[in-house]
Design a protein around this ligand. Structure first.
Ligand code: AKB
Length: 316
């Protein structure tokens, strides 16, 4: 019987992952935690507790007291926000990971999911169909922390047998909880603004292409990786995960086809440089081969669903 802790359950990924895990493992076996209140659905649906992953002793106590066997650590300061508070963001991102790795090693919670990101790549990385093993010289605080985190994860696997599993998430597109402080946030904001006001001021240029993924695909693949037989996993740093690549202009066009009055202006800010340093598309054949990564949503299908769900959420 698995007993699962999700750190960061109020965030964009956590708020959907907790629900999927509770469906699979039973409500009482999935402990949602965060430093802020999650959605009502999560609070009412099973155990929830305020827990600060930066407090090592408390984290270890929690794992032991609740006989936790698996941890999903989703706590992070994302790329845009990290550039505003570089040292603080480094401290938070690294400490959150190191505390989890160390607590996993010291307890029975040996199976760990920690997300990496396409941010581990940098301006010297080949931009198209970026391979798993390639040049990695990230030049953002967030990217540097994710690359360092990947190395530490692999170290804890080799040295202590912590069963860490990870994917390099592309930009994630969802309607339940909006992301906060990331570079790929425009691909979510655009849907909300299209429905609310019919106009979006986009903070990257029209021709900016980045890999993205609809949240349902991200959640399914995260659980698929955690379910995989450890013997099949050749990568313990983090797996490339491609999703779908499109430009901001192509996304705007897909929305305009469905919301004819929609307009967009391009006003690039500091996040343009971050976007330019990341790959436009990713090669994820190793994940497909090792543990059966697969996706269902292309740009059209995702746009249809996002518009429906955002309309429902905003009750228009
Ligand atoms: C961000 O934009 O910072 C994140 C990411 C790609 O990891 N969404």
């Amino acid at each position: 019987m698995e007993r699962i802790l999700v750190i960061g359950s109020a965030g964009q990924i956590g708020s959907e992952l907790v629900l999927a895990l509770r469906n699979k493992f039973g409500n009482v076996n999935v402990f949602a935690t965060d430093i802020k209140q999650p959605t009502k659905e999560i609070q009412d649906g099973g155990p929830f507790q305020i827990l600060d992953v930066l407090d090592y002793k408390n984290l270890l106590h929690f794992l032991v007291r609740n006989k936790i066997t698996q941890v999903y650590n989703l706590a992070a300061v994302l790329s845009g926000n990290a550039e505003k508070i570089p040292l603080q963001a480094w401290d938070i991102n690294m400490k959150a990971l190191m505390n989890t790795l160390e607590a996993a090693q010291q307890s029975d919670a040996k199976k760990l999911f920690w997300p990496s990101s396409i941010a581990v790549f940098g301006p010297t990385t080949p931009r198209y169909k970026t391979e798993q093993l390639t040049v990695m010289e990230p030049n953002t605080v967030y990217g540097i922390s994710k690359l360092a985190g990947e190395r530490w994860g692999e170290y804890y696997f080799n040295r202590y047998g912590v069963d860490i599993r990870s994917v390099r998430y592309p930009g994630l597109i969802s309607y339940k909880t909006e992301p906060g402080g990331g570079t790929t946030d425009y691909a979510v904001e655009i849907f909300f603004d299209a429905i609310k006001s019919g106009h979006y001021d986009c903070f990257v240029t029209e021709d900016t292409a980045l890999p993205m993924m609809f949240m349902d695909d991200a959640i399914e693949n995260t659980i698929r990786l955690m379910d995989a037989d450890g013997k099949d996993l050749s990568i313990r740093s983090s797996y490339n995960m491609a999703g779908i690549s499109f430009t901001a202009g192509e996304l705007a066009q897909a929305i305009k086809q469905r919301v004819p009055n929609f307009t967009i202006s391009y006003k690039p800010d500091f996040r343009q440089a971050i976007a330019n340093s990341w790959p436009a598309s990713i090669d994820d054949k190793i994940a497909r081969e090792d543990w059966g990564l697969k996706t269902e949503f292309d740009l059209e299908k995702m746009t249809d669903l996002m518009l429906d769900k955002v309309r429902e959420k905003l009750s228009v």
